[in-house]
Design a protein around this ligand. Sequence first.
Ligand SMILES: [Fe+2]
Length: 186
Amino acid sequence: MNVSLQDFVADLRQIPPERFAEVQYIKSFLVTHPIDPSTLQSHLFWDRQHYTRNLIDKTSVYELLAICWDIGQSSSIHNHQGQNCWMAVPVGRLIVENYRVLASDSNASLCNLVKTDMTVMDTANPVAVNPEFPVHRVFNSAVFENRAVSVHVYSLPFDRCTVYSDDLAKFEEIHLSYTTEYGERK
Ligand SMILES: [Fe+2]
């Protein structure tokens, strides 16, 4: 049964910090706490040019974001700075494409990436990023013909990440910002 965002956050805040090191534990939490989309409304902002990142809650242990994907929008290929990440999809469907870094030269910002596998996420199927192979991209395929909203739990919070070029040969570190915080445009 769906839970309200308010109850989701209240229950998430009850989880002892050490549990966020357990990939499966938080994934199970997402399975048992599917968010009622109507309760997300104040965090949903759309932009035709780019997906939006909307901060819902942040503690010293985790941050919780709603990401709004218009039809066809995609993230860059990226990692999560060594932090764990879980994604639930209360609205629509999204594809996660995983990559493996075969070689990397940080002095030259050059790398060699290969695509490994992909999964479809939807309401019934949240995804935990594999900490061993954390490079991925998320996209809302145009064939789904629908907007999508994903809810992300990151532990610990992070504000920078590495993004990889589409030709899988270069990378750089970027600063991450929010489109909205607690329902307010920045
Ligand atoms: Fe990600």
